[in-house]
Design a protein around this ligand. Sequence first.
Ligand SMILES: [Zn+2]
Length: 510
Amino acid sequence: MRRLTFYFTIVLFVFSTTVNAQSQYAKNITIESVKAHIDTLASESMKGRDTGSEGMEMAVQYISNIFNELELKSPFQDNYFQPFNLYKYKNGVSTIQNPSYLYFPSVYSGSKDVNDSIIIKPVFAGFGSPKDFENLDTKNKIITFIADDVKSALECINQNLKPNKPNYFIVALPSGKINFKDSEIQQLNSFIKLYVFDYYAQESMMDSIELQKFRNTYSVFTDLRINSDEDIRVFFITQNWLTALFGKDAKDLIRISKENQKSNKNLLNRITGFEIQLQIDFSPRLDTITTKNVVGYIEGSELKNEYVIVGAHYDHVGVNSDSTINYGADDNASGTGAVLELAKQFMQAKRDGVKFKRSILFVTFAAEEKGLFGSTVFNNNQPTQLGKIHLLINMDMIGRNNSNKEKYNNTIFVTGWKGGNKYKKIARQENRSNTNLRVDFTPGLKKRFTWKYSSDHYPFATKNIPVLVFFTGLHPDYHTPRDTPDKINYDKYHRIVKLIFETTWEVVNK
Ligand SMILES: [Zn+2]
């Protein structure tokens, strides 16, 4: 009996000192300390930390300097860097030609590395409505239709894609409309995301300045290239060029298309296209961009071959075509700042003699915005000498309020996957005793499906590694120049960092 009491006393004693130690370090996480990271990472000089940019390299320096000062261990040979390459396509030369008009200005998007030339006939599909396609012979032809804007064009293409067949389209836009709006570019980008993407505009052709901007803003980075056998090619031309394809001008073609909507025969069959040559030069001419994950760790004691990852991506989307900067304060200077602050407090504890059961790995991922590349590379090349990943704690956007709504003023969304769910309770417990937030166990995104693929936890989960994700939700300033440091809810943010610190401490030692 006595012995048992004695035993309990010791357990209680150990337990209470651990709790004390932990909250002692949590107290060092202040509004000032977390704000400093965001002010630096989301400053004008880092220009939105676009992958491959100078600003991104500055962020690397900032993070690695802190790791250095803290004397974190490195899992690599000489430094904290896990470098990898991304490939940026140089502009191919893709043109539509016919005997009388040599070059068309066009935006090209396609799916393959090809360098070929096809002789093909265009078929005129009016406005691209279901009515227009009735009884229209589109076999082995390039479908050409008139559209008001990119959005409606993409809807039409989507509806008419044939699986396992080449899909070639020419979209004729009003001449003013070939100056793509940002929203349209996004649409275009999302539609062909899975495919290699490029465009070509002949120098000195109409609208080439706008297209130049388009080129500079949207290039595809693809390292882990997503292979697709789908062959989709879309050329955007202005309606002026329809004459070169069909020997009729846009006005005539629009008139016939309008009549066709009411006709019971398909009038479009009467329009014959000239034979044209699609010259598709999409040979892989690539620019190599080297970028890196920044990784440091603290070795555990009892279970040092198991490690807990505290991770966040540090890249963002850079500068817009109109030179405005997307600062990325919430996305994701907030998560990166948390990694740095946790590294600082854990190292301080270690210096004071505290031992941690498991190892703790601090990772800031690169190129998340380009397609989760940093976390994918990390997963494919795990520093195996460290052992097995116990849990990934991912933080992506943890500094603001969901939808900017007041009711979310104090909310943090905590989600788990692949066994990570059981750690949510720890977060809730820690919160009850320390941080006074509203812990919400839903993903904070409308669709669960979206949440799964939305950030660096995804490549881990696909390897069945438990993940725990902290997130304060989307807001209208997401991926805009309005995501600035002054919009961060610092009182809440510093308590969130504390909560993640306390949760990590528990997970590491449990
Ligand atoms: Zn993000």
